[in-house]
Design a protein around this ligand. Structure first.
Ligand SMILES: Nc1ncnc2c1ncn2[C@@H]1O[C@H](COP(=O)(O)OP(=O)(O)O)[C@@H](O)[C@H]1O
Ligand SMILES: [Mg+2]
Length: 245
């Protein structure tokens, strides 16, 4: 079956309600097992360079970036890695809702005010997993994310954590992610069946190549719900060959 069919409407529900962390709530669920496989495959996709900073992105909104990055972050934390999960989607933030946190300060405030990030760390409720929410939506997200302050923040955080994971906006709508992709060790592209168009995925790859990003692989977010709860869908992880639908 082709991965590149009809376009679905972007959803806003995760901005209000957060994403479902099946890995934290139901570790024995088959979907949690799929996220652990995604985690393992990402671990294996970079043998020579250690990945300390990582972002999950996609071509368009609502392809599952926040769902996939959140669940994979939990899976790494459950494995014993000390993980910092940062909401760098300053336009459609979700981490505050997912983890039930207030968002009056976060990434945008430390970058705007040149503050130390230790003042905006939050516990997640999951062992080994620390959260930085987006902070209030700023007028200039791209500028903040492209700043030396952002680079310095990443460099300090990677010294303190085993893994720093960023949830970011989609590649094709704004420049935020292209800029960030150049400043992290690895990028994973989430491709959702029914949302991603083939041309969009190709364009995303070009944008990443342009900034010499290290594209580690793809998470195929295959949404064919087999029951009413949106469970039973599959998460696969692959390389370019797996995208030929
Ligand atoms: N595999 C999936 N099956 C069913 N629903 C999904 C799946 N992946 C994501 N969703 C839903 O799609 C919507 C958008 O997901 P989200 O992770 O917020 O995407 P993004 O961060 O890329 O905008 C949410 O309602 C989420 O619950
Ligand atoms: Mg999101």
């Amino acid at each position: 079956m082709s991965l590149f069919h009809h376009k679905k409407k972007p959803s806003t529900d995760t901005i209000e309600n957060g994403v479902k962390l099946v890995t934290a709530l139901e570790p024995k669920n088959i979907v949690s097992e799929q996220f652990r496989t995604v985690r393992t495959n990402i671990d294996f996709s970079s043998v020579d360079t250690e990945i300390k900073t990582l972002l999950f992105t996609s071509s368009e909104v609502s392809e599952g970036k926040s769902t996939v990055s959140g669940n994979t972050a939990v899976a790494w934390a459950q494995q014993g890695k000390k993980v910092l999960f940062v909401d760098a989607d300053l336009r459609r933030p979700t981490l505050n809702a997912t983890f039930g946190l207030v968002n009056t300060q976060g990434l945008s405030t430390i970058l705007a005010n040149n503050e130390d990030y230790h003042s905006v760390l939050n516990e997640s409720g999951v062992d080994n997993l620390t959260i930085i929410t987006s902070g209030p939506v700023p007028p200039n997200p791209a500028e903040l994310l492209n700043s030396n302050r952002m680079k310095n923040f990443l460099r300090s955080a990677e010294n303190e954590y085993d893994l720093v994971i960023l949830d970011v906006p989609p590649l094709l709508s704004v420049t935020d992610t292209q800029v960030l992709a150049a400043n992290v060790d690895g990028v994973v592209l989430v491709v959702r069946q029914g949302v991603a168009q083939r041309a969009a995925v190709t364009r995303s790859k070009e944008l990443l190549t342009m900034v010499h990003a290290n594209l580690l692989g793809y998470v195929l977010n295959d949404v064919e719900p087999k029951n009413g709860y949106g469970y039973g869908y599959g998460y696969g992880y692959g390389y370019e060959g797996s995208l030929k639908g």
